[in-house]
Design a protein around this ligand. Structure first.
Ligand SMILES: Nc1ncnc2c1ncn2[C@@H]1O[C@H](COP(=O)(O)OP(=O)(O)OP(=O)(O)O)[C@@H](O)[C@H]1O
Length: 218
């Protein structure tokens, strides 16, 4: 469902991605690991459309992202993608329910699932609270619920469990995994945590040579 074709990205004359190609399938939960600075977040940002590659193509369901105008690219991201990035903060002036329902609102669909997601992240009954009333870990769980509420076909997660205790991290990743499997979605998670990567179907390691299989877990 997602194909990277010969992607290149250079910062200040230093190549970060050097002709990277890979295909990601629907229904698979993939972890990407690799040394600090190797380009994991850069890769995720390119797929998310937050940054543009210098060369190569990103195809979603066979359509090159570069062939879409801004409006079509925004629509594709809004309907088909979910983001769990540190930069995508929970909005402080909206309640937790409103924050989680935001993708549904933007897609003009029923907002009923927001309460299901609140329950799924262990915050049932707190829908009327505001983000300032939450701990960092609770806030991260709200961000994860918001990324999954509209059943995106592609979920992009950058260190989604970075500030969660091991038990909460495990339950949040179980939720992510269950959503991916139930919706036949593809999830790509960048992480340094081996425990987090163990929840994925497979782990890829990013090096200057590209993405290679670390191991397979059934
Ligand atoms: N906007 C930018 N401008 C200049 N250089 C950048 C920019 N973004 C990333 N880089 C550089 O590109 C390289 C890859 O960064 P990136 O954040 O993708 O690595 P990473 O593998 O995610 O690292 P980490 O595991 O430490 O988060 C780094 O050397 C970084 O300094």
């Amino acid at each position: 469902m997602l194909e990277l074709r010969n992607l290149t990205k250079t910062y200040n004359g230093r190549p970060v991605l050097n002709g990277l190609s890979h295909q990601f399938q629907a229904g698979e939960f993939v972890a990407i690991m690799g040394e600090s600075g190797v380009g994991k977040s850069t890769l995720l940002n390119l797929i998310a459309g937050l940054d543009a590659p210098d060369g190569g193509q990103i195809l979603v369901d066979g359509t090159p992202m570069s062939a879409l105008d801004d409006e079509a690219a925004t629509r594709l991201r809004r309907t088909r993608m979910g983001f769990i990035f540190q930069a995508f903060h929970v909005l402080p002036h909206l309640t937790l329910r409103q924050n989680i329902a935001l993708p549904l609102l933007l897609n003009n669909t029923s907002q009923g699932r927001a309460d299901d997601m609140l329950a799924a992240i262990g915050l049932a009954g707190r829908g009327d609270d505001f983000p300032r009333q939450l701990s960092g870990g609770e806030m991260q769980r709200v961000a994860i619920a918001r990324a999954l509420v509209h059943r995106p076909a592609l979920v992009l997660a950058d260190e989604p469990t970075g500030n969660l205790d091991p038990e909460t991290a495990d339950s949040v990743l179980s939720l992510l995994r269950a959503e991916v499997k139930a919706n036949g979605a593809c999830a790509i998670m960048v992480t340094h945590s081996h425990a987090a990567a163990a929840k994925a179907d497979k782990t890829l390691v990013l090096t200057s040579l590209g993405l290679t299989n670390a191991r397979n877990v059934n």
